[in-house]
Design a protein around this ligand. Sequence first.
Ligand SMILES: *[C@@H]1O[C@H](CO)[C@@H](O)[C@H](O)[C@H]1NC(C)=O
Length: 515
Amino acid sequence: MKVVSEACVAFSLAYVYVLLLIGTATVEATPFHRIIPPLQSLYGRRGPSLSHDYRDALTKSILFYEGQRSGKLPLNQRMRWRGDSALSDGAAGHVDLTGGYYDAGDNVKFGFPMAFTTTMLSWSVLEFGGRMGDNLDHAKAAIRWATDYLLKATARPGVIYVQVGDPNLDHKCWERPEDMDTSRNVYKIDADHPGSDVAAETAAALAAASMVFRTTDPIYSRHLLQTAMQVFDFADKHRGAYSDSLQSEVCPFYCSYSGYNDELLWGAAWLQRASRNVSYISYIQSHGQNLGGEDNVNIFSWDDKHAGARVLLAKEVLLRNSKSLEEYRGHADNFVCSLLPGTPNSQAQYTPGGLLYKMSDCNLQYVTSTTFLLFTYPKYLRVSKQVVRCGNMVVTPTRIRTLAKRQVDYILGDNPLRMSYMVGYGAKFPERIHHRGSSLPSIYQHPQIIPCNDGFQSLYSNAPNPNRLVGAVVGGPDNNDHFSDERNDYAHSEPTTYINAPLVGSLAYLAHSFA
Ligand SMILES: *[C@@H]1O[C@H](CO)[C@@H](O)[C@H](O)[C@H]1NC(C)=O
């Protein structure tokens, strides 16, 4: 039996643009200070929500990471149905690569999305950690679970281990991580097999995390930052896409479709923020244009980081008055304008129910990553008392946040199906997620091994998953707000670590502001 279960990858064969542009009908010549479109047009067919328990959702969104843990679980593990797994990872390359995260519903440790997840969890804490309350320590533990692994993967100078597990073999089995007996090959990049994409993203992750631990663990923080600088240097000096030398191992799963320029810009942006070493500003000034700093993009994902880099660099302009990065303020504004329904440059599609719609597969990853930027950029605007101008429209920070909040509310249940897309949150949520460990009985209920092929009964069964992967957000509904909750429909039913990571920050903002 063969099952191809690609994780929520970015390539989409079917962009189905049969969507209604929300709000287009309501746009008219606008007085300078009027904020359009009317808010209710963003709510689609349903009215606004009564209220959400954002704090509960925040707690769960972080708890999810415990379900994705690989390696030896600690005594304070709260996701109790999981056990130790992959305790010899790295042995195939005579290195210790235990730990880290399974990226989604399979048992592969993909370094590229793991690094992006780490960067976004760290950014969530850097912007909104002060609003997390008791959740802050759990969020930091979730980051550290990844950075401990990334430090192992980058411990040898000139080499980065970028993946453990053969995805083609892994996907031919439906096994619990605790039973896993497929090949745990290790894959690496080096000067002769470069991977500027995965290396620069790893540098970004380590740099962002170094700021998270700066006051609570300065020694660890310094180690993260020094490693980040070395890894970025390696990424820049030995340029290439990791998918060129690791084609059959990383494609079509986490192929670097957008190339590596975006990661070099993003990595430099994080390093300048973390190190305050002016060499990174000079680097961005000299290379930004070649690295696509001005390209017209309106997507933000594990593959394409240009939009994130813009918002990050715009902060330097707004809060630190960095003249040399001035253009990024305009690029960040353009990104926001492209998303707002009814603005002259609006390019975004929304479902009839009001959800930002980018791609048919795993759409919620784009919603959560974009939403994070739409909460973060207004923070910088607010502090610097600025607004965004889209053509002759003035867009206030509040207006931007309203759109972002609408997206989170949709995920939590304000949608035509009245269901939450976060497992364990609300009254109705996905019960048959595409996730091996969650869909098979726990090793504590069923200690005998469930071999490779036997697990497929569970994949095709209609029964709800026996173990709840609390906090997991799945790929989500289609372009018509439909969701079938079928385990085999990985494009819509699979959770991933990078769907949740930016949502953690958004939920922290909302939990604090709408408590
Ligand atoms: C700044 O970064 C450059 C390039 O990585 C490095 O050569 C230099 O030593 C750094 N300066 C400081 C003060 O850390």
